[in-house]
Design a protein around this ligand. Structure first.
Ligand SMILES: *Cc1c(COP(=O)(O)O)cnc(C)c1O
Length: 393
């Protein structure tokens, strides 16, 4: 991908007022390739809101958006801990933030990744969901006695839009055995889970915490950390989640109900909730057939979740018009017929070839998933001072 990272001298937040706005950039660049617009002030504010609302340690899930400008803005918003899943993510975070807390939260890791994280990058927290992985972690770190060991618990589907329950996690009986096996080796012992992404139901956390509590009670060992994962939702057209406070209330009630002798430290691993609103992408319309627009970004670029997962996004046509709004579908630029986004994208009915459209709420699982397929890998990355996009819906 051809990208352009503006040099940063001060923190993103300090410079936000001096940044250009999206309309001025489009007027001067007239971009024929996607223009990825990062909003440092929006990212800082989302991080501040979550850190203030969550009564524990906030760890950003790096996979959601690893752009260095995004990471810097989250740091400026008070995020000091990072959930990493690969050695490359560990290296990225350690390179940017020498004092950050790094947590290796992938349950199945390569042995050299464990060793390098521990020895070279000062990682002391590792997650696992099997006895084999626990043995790998202890072997590669020399069982040094300074580890935070976290058992990832499997969950039944709990209503997330993107359900991840099938891939990772130890079922109850195995989690009990792993807690007992890990206790003698752990400086701090933890239980984690992930309810799945864009989970709209605050009760999902309450139920998951009860399942974690059942495993802890049966194991009969002291547990220091309860990691309630990510999955906190953001608004999209047609999808309006309850406020963050409703989730925090269920989490608090869930932990209280466990009645543990000692209240565990709470950790959370938000991704989407911190970054979704902080990025938009300006695309250009390159053709139109009926109610379908051919645009220059798509399912193999920044818009994979607009493909089969069917996510909808706020949009705005970047020119004045009197035309009334209508529903459009969009085709992406590749020659693959799967490069189709049913939307609907709600835009003025006279949208045509050459128009620019800003698509908002694209900070999460979007630009991070761009591919080089079919040669449509070019995009320009800019920082802007705009707030949330004033799109339709
Ligand atoms: C992806 C992931 C997250 C972040 O999920 P969001 O839905 O973006 O908040 C957190 N924890 C784990 C283990 C993950 O795999």
């Amino acid at each position: 991908m051809t990208v352009f990272f503006p040099q940063h001298t001060a923190s993103s937040f300090d410079r936000a007022p001096k940044l250009p706005c999206v309309d001025d950039l489009v007027a001067s660049f007239r971009p024929t390739e996607p223009l990825i617009c990062l909003r440092p002030a929006t990212l800082v504010a989302a991080a501040e809101d979550f850190v203030a609302a969550f009564p524990g340690q906030t760890m950003y899930a790096v996979k959601c958006n690893p752009d260095p400008i995004v990471l810097r803005a989250l740091w400026d918003g008070g995020v000091r801990h990072f959930d990493c899943a690969s050695i490359a993510e560990v290296e990225l975070i350690r390179g940017m933030f020498p004092n950050a807390g790094i947590y290796f939260m992938h349950p199945i890791k390569a042995r050299p990744a464990i060793a390098d994280a521990y020895r070279l990058h000062d990682v002391r927290c590792f997650v696992f969901d099997s006895a084999v992985e626990l043995e790998k972690i202890l072997g590669e770190t020399g069982d040094a006695g300074d580890l935070d060991l976290v058992v990832r618990l499997a969950l039944p589907p709990l209503g997330a839009v993107s359900d991840l329950s099938a891939k990772f996690g130890a079922p109850h009986d195995e989690a009990v055995a792993l807690l007992r096996a890990a206790r003698p080796h752990a400086l701090r012992l933890g239980v984690s889970f992930h309810v799945g992404s864009q989970c709209l139901d605050p009760l999902a956390w309450r139920r998951a915490i009860a399942l974690a509590g059942a495993a802890i009670a049966e194991a009969g060992v002291a547990v220091d950390v309860l990691d309630i994962g990510g999955g906190f939702p953001v608004p999209y057209p047609g999808m309006e989640p309850p406020p963050l406070g409703a989730f925090m209330a269920e989490i608090d009630a869930g932990v209280e109900a466990l009645n543990l002798p000692m209240r565990p430290h709470l950790w959370a691993e938000p991704g989407r909730a911190l970054v979704a609103a902080g990025v938009s992408v300006v695309v250009q319309v390159q053709g139109r057939r009926g109610n379908a627009l051919y645009i220059n970004d798509g399912v193999f670029g920044s818009l994979s979740d607009a493909g089969p997962p069917g996510f909808r996004y706020p949009v705005r046509l970047m020119r004045p018009t009197e035309a009334s709004l209508q529903n459009f579908a969009c085709w992406g630029p590749t020659c693959d017929s799967n490069d189709f986004m049913r939307g609907p994208f709600v835009l003025p009915g006279d949208a045509h070839d050459g128009d620019w459209v800003e698509i908002g709420q694209l900070g999460a699982y979007s630009t991070a998933l761009r591919t080089r397929f079919n040669g449509f890998d070019r995009a320009r990355v800019v920082e802007v001072r705009d707030g949330k996009i004033a799109g339709t819906e």
